[in-house]
Design a protein around this ligand. Structure first.
Ligand code: 5GP
Length: 188
């Protein structure tokens, strides 16, 4: 297997994580790159499974030791970053890396990995629908939702930087599209 990566980016609430999990469940060659973050775990999330949950001090130490492929201060004082060690671990297993990152991170990863990367942008059908989904997900306070919805409007303008766009109107249709796009890329 050639060294390849698949990047999923989207405004949060567009169903990106569901589609990433679907890809992982149907394409055995894929392995998820576990990011590092300083945010608190939500719900059932586990350390070293969903994220490496770090303190800001631990995160900053890793920045100074050049351990990240890319990192982002997504919200004030909340860091997210892709670890070089994750990409190495997954490639050493002979698998294809799958990233779930924000839009800026996705653009940066595509610049870094070039032809080795397939970048996919997941669009919500509309901003109003995005807001409705974030509210019904019930994991964020109204202030956070407001920030995310504002950010989403700006993020939607970046879709032109991605290789593929998936509009997530009907989840089953989007899942089938993800499966097809990933398999085409892997078998290319
Ligand atoms: P959440 O807090 O909802 O898990 O994630 C917030 C945003 O940060 C999402 O868009 C998520 O994809 C993004 N994110 C997660 N890991 C990384 C990473 O390693 N790098 C970047 N740039 N963004 C990330």
């Amino acid at each position: 297997m050639k060294q390849k990566v698949i990047i999923f980016s989207a405004p949060s609430g567009s169903g990106k994580t569901t589609l990433v999990k679907h890809g992982l469940s149907v394409v055995p060659e894929l392995c998820f790159s576990i990011s590092a973050t300083t945010r608190e775990p939500r719900g059932e999330e586990k350390h070293a499974d969903d994220y490496y949950f770090l303190t800001p001090e631990e995160f900053r130490t890793k920045i100074s030791q050049n351990e990240f492929v890319e990192f982002e201060e997504v919200y004030t004082d909340k860091y997210y970053g892709t670890l070089k060690s994750e990409v190495e671990r997954i490639w050493n297993e002979g698998k294809v890396v799958i990233f779930d990152v924000d839009v800026k991170g996705g653009i940066r990863l595509k610049e870094i990995f070039g032809d080795k990367a397939l970048s996919i942008f997941v669009m919500p059908p509309s901003i109003a629908e995005l807001e409705r989904r974030l509210i019904s997900r019930n994991t964020d306070c109204s202030e956070t939702i407001k920030t995310r919805v504002e950010k989403a409007g700006e993020e939607m303008t970046y879709q032109k930087h991605f290789d593929k766009i998936i509009i997530n109107t009907d989840l089953d249709v989007a899942k089938a599209e993800v499966e097809k796009i990933i398999n085409n890329f892997i078998n290319d």
